[in-house]
Design a protein around this ligand. Structure first.
Ligand SMILES: *Cc1c(COP(=O)(O)O)cnc(C)c1O
Length: 355
């Protein structure tokens, strides 16, 4: 089976991880953590980055740092992997699902306008599949914005790197993301008070300079030094890993030109890096079956959150999301996908369309 996503770990990551082990710095303190945070902040053009254990906790930490909890509402798009909505529930707040636009697949400012109100304490915008949301439009609502850039390493919104367009940017470094540490995450911000608060809350509410002194409530969200070592290796390969996925996406574009498949639109404000390449077809299930029979791990995209059983308490209709979610297919995309396998996938898609 050609995998949906393949991990690309090189000699650098091995060497750094070994060095962390040899030095016995294996917990949430150690030199690679600071290096990882500094390099990520530099990449993303924010003043600060705080490394955490995974992308879901990154979003939760951002929400907590904004004092969001019971009685508050947070607007989240219905077209996304479910983690942002789950994180809102995790802090005791209510997720308000909003639809996406047809021409960007990201949060619809018009739908947000209908749902925003006094209980709205933040908007989580998701850069879905690498395509940035329209941050200048979302800013107009005057509530803090968390940019979920888990899928958008290397994307830009009007020239601003993904992770820097909101008040807080949240990243995941899960094994299937463009830059990976296996499990891992980070929050990025240019606000000094928010960065300090997130650093403290991620470490049991202790300020770095005052151990065992808990000024505020916190928990343990820390990334380990071994994981950060892998991350430093990956961040040093950022350009290579981002470019490799863009190349695969361009090859799909080329191979599928003139075919009946639709693809994710690109809005004029977006420089979208390719996380997972997507095609759309009204015959989604038949095409997925055809691809799988040809040894390709293609999958239907995540069901709309408006139809997700665990979120039924917060159900609202999101017709554009539901339309996309019924038609979109995720195709194998990774820096290790060979041209031979890429061409096999294109041929299989074209054959499925001809059936
Ligand atoms: C992967 C992902 C997350 C969650 O990240 P984890 O590191 O797996 O917890 C959050 N949001 C989006 C949009 C994602 O794709």
């Amino acid at each position: 089976m050609i995998p949906l996503s393949e991990v690309d770990i090189g000699p650098r990551e091995h060497a750094y991880a070994t060095s962390a082990l040899d030095d016995r710095w294996i917990s949430g303190t150690g030199p690679f953590i600071g290096r990882f945070e500094a390099e990520l902040a530099r990449r993303v053009s924010t003043a600060h980055a705080v490394a955490v254990a995974n992308g879901t906790l990154a979003i939760e930490l951002a929400l907590r740092a904004l004092d969001i909890g019971p009685g508050d509402q947070v607007i989240v798009p219905a077209l996304t992997f479910a983690a942002p909505a789950m994180s809102v529930v995790a802090v005791g707040a209510e997720p308000v699902l909003a639809d996406v636009t047809e021409d960007s697949w990201t949060l619809s400012p018009a739908d947000v306008d209908k749902k925003v109100g006094p209980p709205t304490k933040a908007i989580i915008a998701v850069d879905v599949l690498g395509h940035p949301a329209d941050y200048d439009e979302l800013r107009r609502f005057g509530v803090p914005i968390i940019q979920d850039a888990a899928e958008a390493h290397g994307s830009h919104y009007k020239g601003r790197p993904a992770g820097s367009a909101g008040d807080i940017g949240a990243f995941s470094f899960h094994a299937n993301k463009t830059i990976t540490t296996g499990e891992g995450g980070a929050v990025c911000t240019s606000s000094e008070p928010l960065a300090a608060r997130m650093r403290t809350m991620a470490n049991h509410g202790m300020k770095p300079e005052r151990p065992y002194h808990h000024e505020e409530l916190g928990r343990n969200f820390r990334m380990t030094n071994i994981i950060a070592a892998i991350g430093v290796g990956q961040l040093e390969r950022w350009d290579e890993l981002v470019a490799a996925r863009r190349r695969i996406a361009a090859r799909y574009d080329e191979g599928l030109r003139g075919s009946p498949y639709g693809r994710q639109p690109v809005a004029e404000w977006a420089d979208a890096s390719a996380w997972l390449y997507v095609v759309t077809t009204p015959e989604r299930d038949r095409v997925v079956q055809h691809l799988r029979a040809d040894g390709i791990d293609a999958r239907g995209i995540w069901p709309a959150l408006s139809r997700t059983p665990a979120l039924r308490r917060w159900h609202v209709e999101c017709p554009v999301t539901e339309h996309i979610a019924d038609r979109a297919i995720l195709l194998p995309t990774s820096s290790r996908l060979s041209d031979t396998d890429g061409d096999h996938i294109v041929r299989s898609l074209l054959a499925a369309a001809a059936e």
